[in-house]
Design a protein around this ligand. Structure first.
Ligand SMILES: [Zn+2]
Length: 233
């Protein structure tokens, strides 16, 4: 889950690519079209998002069309998200950072948590938007928050070393957002040449913490249940 169309690529594309390579099914639901972004347009960002989807090999990608910025975590938005959760029935949800430079991220994190919870309540009824039929309750087993712009101490770091180049390509698919010497769009925080270096530096720093080259950090609200200590090596 991601409030802006490039959030997932920037923060957890390596983790996604790793799980797809391991045979898991992974989809992304973007909440907004990122229409408040300084550069690009919703149509450009949609095309970029489709390119990134191809690069990652995602099994599904949806955009809920929520209003960018000033987003609200209310019943209407929770129900729209619940409809998607119940349709795809994910075991694990990766959501926005709980606290970040962009205020949408923390709000989207809370929306994701609330929708995952209410989705598990049988008495909260929703209708499948495609089939027009009532949906069954479904609660994901875990919600992890990927770390975005502001540094947060990770609760765990995922080794993405073998998938760094896929992540890098998926991020660069959002060409309108990042450094492009030929672009005539106004410069933004994201479009300076330094930003992509920062993305790599963050991945290297996270990787360094666990003794690998590249990593992605996550936080979580409750401790993970472990059945195999060797999986923690
Ligand atoms: Zn964002």
């Amino acid at each position: 889950m991601a409030v802006h169309p490039d959030d997932a690529e920037l923060s957890c594309a390596g983790t996604i690519a790793s799980h797809i390579a391991a045979g898991k099914k992974v989809g992304i639901v973007d909440f907004t079209q990122g229409e408040l972004g300084t550069r690009g347009t919703p149509a450009i960002r949609l095309a970029e998002s489709e390119a990134a989807t191809e690069i990652l090999g995602l099994h599904a990608r949806e955009n809920l069309g929520f209003r960018d910025g000033f987003s609200v975590n209310d019943e209407t938005h929770q129900r729209m998200l619940m409809e998607v959760i119940r349709r795809y029935q994910p075991d694990i949800v990766l959501a926005n950072a709980m606290d970040d430079r962009h205020p949408d991220h923390g709000r989207a994190a809370k929306l994701a948590i609330d929708a995952c919870f209410y989705s598990g309540l049988r008495m909260v009824e929703t209708i499948d938007r495609l089939l027009g039929t009532p949906q069954q309750a479904w609660r994901p087993k875990a919600v992890y928050h990927y770390i975005q712009d502001r540094y947060l101490e990770p609760d765990f770091v995922f080794d993405i070393t073998p998938f760094w180049s896929i992540k890098d390509q998926a991020v660069r698919a959002f060409r309108s957002q990042f450094h492009d010497p030929t672009s005539s769009d106004p410069e933004s925080y994201l479009s300076s040449p330094d930003f992509l270096l920062f993305v790599e530096a963050r991945a290297r720093d996270m990787g360094h913490k666990i003794g690998v080259t590249y990593g992605e950090g996550f936080t979580m609200a409750r401790p993970p249940g472990v059945r195999d200590l060797f999986s923690l090596i």
